[in-house]
Design a protein around this ligand. Structure first.
Ligand code: SF4
Length: 175
């Protein structure tokens, strides 16, 4: 599995680099700060990311006791505790782009831009460009390809298909 996990970690690093760059570019328009959990929810992720995070958490000694026991509803992320992410170093890609302007193609094949409702309140959306937005499609494609290779090799062990998604809360059952 290590080959696939290392490919995943490479994308994770690239995501962090772009996200950091965008945070600097848009610093005056971002309200993101420690303690804000508006973007946090029980995201569903691809198996290669799921198992890579699981390995990360186990190697860091993360225990099920660390989990948020009382979720307000089914949508809550089990890793959120007192408004803080308890797996910050291992959090999935989607969480690494929280707050950034995300550029992607929607189901109708049209470009769409997504931002947090707290950010870019006084920003002219005409000023968004390929250079100052996060290229969501590019990263989704890379991740999908890594996941496809992972599933092709471990289909029998995981019993999962390449289009299947796993909710973060399932990680809690495996810790
Ligand atoms: S993993 Fe962390 S950052 Fe991502 S939704 Fe859960 S608490 Fe929030």
């Amino acid at each position: 599995m290590e080959k696939h996990f290392s490919a995943y970690r490479k994308i994770r690093k690239e995501t962090d680099v772009i996200s950091k760059k965008l945070s600097k570019v848009h610093s005056s328009h971002l309200q993101c700060k420690k303690g804000c959990d508006l973007c946090c929810m029980d995201y569903s992720i691809l198996p290669v990311e799921f198992y890579s995070i699981l390995e990360d958490l186990k190697s860091r000694g993360f225990k099920a006791e660390n989990l948020q026991r009382i979720a307000k509803n089914d949508e809550d992320c089990i890793f959120l505790k007192n408004h803080d992410c308890t797996i910050y170093e291992s959090r999935p890609l989607i969480c690494r782009t929280h707050g950034q302007p995300l550029l992607y193609t929607n189901d109708d094949g049209e470009w769409e831009l997504s931002t947090c409702e707290l950010n870019f309140k006084d920003y002219d959306f005409e000023n968004f460009s390929e250079e100052n937005t996060f290229p969501q499609d590019k990263f989704n494609s890379k991740l999908f390809l890594i996941n496809r290779e992972f599933i092709a090799e471990f289909k029998e062990e995981t019993h999962l298909g390449e289009f299947e998604l796993l909710p973060l809360k399932k990680l809690g059952e495996k810790l």
